[in-house]
Each structure stands twice: as C-alpha cells, then as structure tokens.
Write a new protein. Structure first.
Length: 197
C-alpha cells in the first residue's frame, strides 16, 4: 500500500473522529430559541429547570345553595390561583320530580363584581355534571381565570338562563364571601328563578 494512501486513511479517520467529537458538543450547545433564558442556560449546563412555586390563596368557606328541584351545592373552600379559581364542592341530589339533573348544561361560571365571567372547565368524564337521585358528588370545580386581589366576594352561577325547578338543569346562584369571617359564618342561599344577571 502506498504511503499516500495510508496518509489519506489516517487523515480521514482523524477527520471523522473530530466530526464525531464536534457533533456531541453541538448537541449540548444547541438551544431552542423559543426557550426562556433560564431554560437555555439549564439546557447548556445540562441541568433541570426548577419551577417557581405559584402563589395560591386558600379561603375556607361554608356556603350552601339549594334549588327548587332538590339539588344542594355546598362550597367548602376556594383556591385563588394565578390562572384558575378552584372551588371545593359537595353536590347532592334528592327529588320526587326526576331521577337526575345536570348542574352544567347551560353556562356555568364565577361572576366577578365587575361582571367578568370565569367559565367552568368541564369536569373530565362528566362535563354536564350529571347527578343521580340519592347521590353526592365531592370534588373540585376549576374555573378558567383568576380572581383579582382585593375582591371580597364572587358569585357562582350554575345553568344560567334556566329556572330553579328545571328537571334537566336547574339554575342556582350563590354568593361566596372571600373574607376570613366566611369560614365562621355559614350561610344557606335559595336560588332566584330565571336568568342570571
């Protein structure tokens, strides 16, 4: 084998090794321009980004509303988060008029004092919140959007535009105080039939 051919093989081998070494470094150095500066720095250093804790204001409450058809909604807690408002609820149903009702067939939302409406994120597996006679559902309802700081009360509206005696989707409007005394002064509310407003 001529010396020139050996040199060519050696140079090709060295070049391939150099390219392989560069490509490994390029993978580490490559950053996605859509990443935040913190994510880019973490990717370059090959370290995970730790999420910053989100502020959640937790307000214990004890408010109950009852529809004419027999649905009872109890709000036990309100979590005021950065991107959502979460109600810890217990919903029961007992009636001689029908076997089940749906608590979210029409618009269901939290209404702020300025009139803004934070819409319900439909619960997975039960988007209309169907409840059968004799049952109780316990869970957390997520409403899309935040309640601004300084708001002292919100209204929760179930089935806007319906009536309290509807055997399909009864209307209920509840006022939820967001103050410390809300936990100390339980209230029961009766619905007002007709459209919410």
């Amino acid at each position: 084998m001529p010396v020139a051919a050996l040199r060519l093989i050696a140079v090709a081998g060295a070049s391939a090794l150099a390219l392989a070494a560069c490509s490994n470094n390029d993978d580490k150095a490559a950053v996605d321009p859509s990443m935040s500066p913190e994510q880019q720095a973490a990717a370059a250093a090959n370290t995970p980004v730790t999420a910053q804790p989100r502020q959640i204001r937790n307000v214990p409450v004890d408010v109950q509303g009852v529809t004419d058809v027999g649905a009872t909604v109890r709000v036990k807690n309100v979590d005021l988060a950065e991107d959502a408002t979460i109600l810890d609820v217990s919903i029961s149903f007992a009636s001689d008029m029908t076997n089940n009702v749906q608590m979210a067939t029409n618009a269901t939302y939290i209404e702020l004092p300025n009139g803004q409406k934070l819409r319900l994120k439909p619960p997975e597996g039960n988007p209309n919140m169907n409840i059968v006679k004799g049952d109780t559902m316990n869970g957390r309802l997520v409403f899309m959007g935040a309640v601004p700081a300084g708001v002292n009360q919100i209204s929760v509206v179930f089935n806007e535009g319906s009536t309290s005696d509807s055997i399909i989707g009864p209307f209920l409007r509840m006022t939820i105080p967001l103050t410390a005394q809300a936990a100390q002064n339980p209230t029961t509310q009766n619905p007002t039939s007709g459209a919410a407003g």
